[in-house]
Design a protein around this ligand. Sequence first.
Ligand code: ATR
Length: 274
Amino acid sequence: MTKLLGVIGDPISHSLSPLIHNGWLRDFGFPATYEAMHVPGGQLSSALESLAKRDTVGVNVTLPHKLEALALAKTASASAAKIGAANTLTLQQDKSWTADNTDAPGFMSSLRDALQTNDLSKEKVLLLGAGGSARAVVYALNEQAIDLTILNRTPSKAVSLSNEFTNAKAAFGDLSQYKEYIESATIVINTTSGGYSGDIIDTGPGNGRLFYDISYGAAAKAQLDDAKLNGWRVRDGLNMLVAQAAESFRIWFGEEPDRILALKRCQNALEAAE
Ligand code: ATR
């Protein structure tokens, strides 16, 4: 019988996760299908209840459900518990859910790839946003004592997230102050979902510095086009998306899928959609 997997979110129609996972399911010949599931905020619990009645293996969870996903799971990995957010749920025999967070390892491998180094100790990182994805970024960055500043539209969330960064003291502030901080940063990481509503950060001159937006496709395009014009070296979240997807696939099936092939499939799909 065909098993079910999917990604739950709102919005969700832009998601490339079905393309990635269905590609891998075909590559391995697994009788399963991975669907995009549109579930508005506040309805995750009932969506999980109906999925638990079906032949479901697991689901990815994205905006705006990552914090609630952890709360609804019966058990959680140490990293998901520490991050306080989950992006991967696995259905257990007893119909309960186990939560994992594969954003943190996915983010770190993509950042190392962009910088071509494992040593971030000299970097001055400006992190924009303090939601579920930002929590995973901070958890990953906490491996090293970097210079970190966190800015968020709701500053109180930046304050509490800065306390999670224990390896060094992290500064925090209001997103509206970003121009003050951006000049001295060596890397800017944008985790806000402003791109979905067309809100762009005026980056100023980049002089070859890295502007990394963890979204991809249409949500990242306007921001990254603008940053690129301003001389930033830009990265979107495609590498991270594929890396976190591969970690989820490994959790569900115990297999290591082909990341390079998945990246190519995503790039082709985005190009075709332009
Ligand atoms: P995710 O799991 O992708 O991080 P999230 O937890 O809903 O999603 O977090 C979204 C982040 O984008 C938050 O930092 C949010 O700011 P608030 O904490 O103030 O809500 C930020 N965000 C959302 N829309 C934004 C906008 N239009 N401009 C700036 N920041 C925005």
